[in-house]
Design a protein around this ligand. Structure first.
Ligand SMILES: C[S@@+](CC[C@H](N)C(=O)[O-])C[C@H]1O[C@@H](n2cnc3c(N)ncnc32)[C@H](O)[C@@H]1O
Length: 451
């Protein structure tokens, strides 16, 4: 039968590939299907056909895999969030570890034995310390269903965030309805309410609530303040306005309406170290606090500092990794492009009595060439696009003895490890760390050493 778009085929799913899709074979051709687990036999409708692979949409589950479990959340299937709830946590970890190994072998052309056992979460639920929900023009407040960008569903429960976060979302939904405040419509550019961001200090119990609006008049600002100001759990209340003029870059302005400017969090590492971090509303902070403690513990262990080293902390965010290295290094130099993160990093050094750390604002790719410091160890933690050849070249040009690479994308990590290998830096280990249970995302920490 000639295969064309819309043709329905029966396919047995062999495994899950990076990105979360299942893969199986049909008449010798690889077929990718979403929303399936290994061992499922499904009827799927072809949506895209290429020379050596095809993509298909799930039509019917013909035979359930024994690996399938009942999802916990009532929004499962609609929500674009945690799509892996139908796999046990143990199976999720196994799949993630295999995916990292697969990337290391196929893309990085390295030995799969370098990949260490994944570091799992003690509790794979309620781990998120940051949540962003959106308002839509139908008076709903929640997350986007899979594939939607304008309409959200009313999020009534979520097992990735705390009860307090869900409670705040419910309160804001009632607030919008009570005062009939129109949501911002991104097509007409009318309306006011855009998003609600909630950040939590899991170890301090602090909570920051940020209401994001368009530039329209916010008549009910006082009522918004009243809604939260007497709640001792809410330690910061912000109102952020988005200024959007067609043809010009969007910019935002924040007003602190109540409480303190930053959210404070404390991290405890396995080596007994403990530091306190102030996080400004726009600054990056690892979303899974408990697992960030494990991730950073691993990074510090792998960096193997003795006290004499100059350490470069690239893509340093609020300075977390560099500051944990500070007491075991001669000096720390951080580079980060987000202004609030750099401000937070500098403040965090002072707050923790650290005097050997300097943080520079700027893009890594622009700042490296004129850096006066000569690093012994370089720690990098780039976004999903990874370092790329240019930054790998610039890092290797320092001649540091070791690079510790924290990555949220196994494909770009594997690509960059291959670049490092070409420059005489050899990979010693890659440790997957599960920062995002119930999703397909996986973090890894790799070490490369010179010569
Ligand atoms: C994955 S986060 C890591 C932050 C930090 N290491 C941590 O664990 O909290 C990546 C950081 O890189 C920053 N960033 C992204 N692209 C950058 C670039 N080209 N140059 C400098 N910083 C960048 C982001 O603002 C973000 O803070």
């Amino acid at each position: 039968m000639k295969l064309k778009k819309g043709t329905e085929i029966v396919v047995k799913i062999d495994s899950l590939v990076y990105g979360g899709r299942g893969i199986g074979s049909h008449e010798g051709m690889k077929v990718f299907v979403e929303d399936v687990v290994p061992g499922d036999t499904v009827k799927a409708s072809l949506s895209r056909i290429k020379n050596n692979y095809a993509e298909a949409k799930l039509v019917e589950l013909i035979e359930k895999s024994p690996q399938r479990i009942e999802p916990k959340c009532k929004h499962f299937g609609v929500c674009g969030g945690c799509k892996w709830q139908f796999l046990s946590y143990e199976d999720q970890c196994k799949v993630k570890e295999d995916q990292v190994r697969d990337a290391i072998v196929k893309i990085g052309h390295l030995d799969g034995a370098l990949v260490q056992p994944i570091i799992p979460n003690e509790t794979p639920w309620f781990y998120r310390n940051k949540m962003e929900v959106s308002f839509d023009t139908q008076n709903r407040l929640g997350l986007y269903p899979k594939g939607f960008h304008y309409e959200v569903f009313d999020m009534e429960e979520c097992f990735l965030q705390s009860e307090l976060m869900v409670e705040i979302v419910g309160k804001m939904r009632e607030f919008q309805k009570k005062y009939k405040i129109p949501a911002y419509d991104s097509e007409t550019h009318e309306g006011l309410l855009r998003n609600l961001i909630i950040r939590e200090g899991k170890n301090t119990g602090e909570c920051m609530v940020i209401l994001v609006t368009s530039t329209g008049i916010f008549d009910h600002k006082n009522e918004f303040i009243t809604l939260f100001k007497d709640d001792p759990r809410i330690t910061s209340l912000y109102w952020t306005t988005v200024y959007q003029v067609p043809g010009q870059p969007t910019h935002t302005e924040e007003a602190l309406l109540h409480g303190k400017p930053a959210l404070t969090e404390i991290l405890h590492l396995e080596n007994g170290q403990k530091l306190e971090f102030d996080i400004l509303p726009k600054a990056f902070f690892q979303t899974n606090t408990k697992q960030a403690e494990k991730l950073y513990s691993k990074v510090i262990e792998l960096a193997g500092l003795t006290g004499d080293e100059t350490v470069l902390d690239l893509y340093c965010g609020t300075g977390t990794i560099g500051l944990f290295c500070a007491h075991k290094a001669k000096e720390i130099v951080g580079i980060e492009e987000n202004e609030q993160a750099v401000e937070s990093a500098r403040g965090n050094a002072t707050k923790n009595g650290i005097t050997n750390a300097t943080f520079y604002l700027g893009r890594v790719e622009h700042r490296l060439s004129d850096l006066q410091h000569k690093p012994d160890v370089v720690i990098v933690d780039p976004p999903r696009i990874g370092l790329g050849e240019e930054v790998v070249n610039a890092v290797a040009a320092f001649g540091a003895k070791k690079v510790v690479y924290v990555s949220c994308n196994p494909s770009t990590l594997a690509r960059d490890l291959a670049y490092f290998a070409g420059l005489g830096y050899f990979c010693e280990s890659v440790t997957p760390v599960d920062m995002f249970p119930q999703t397909h995302h996986v973090e890894s920490v790799a070490v490369v050493v010179r010569g």
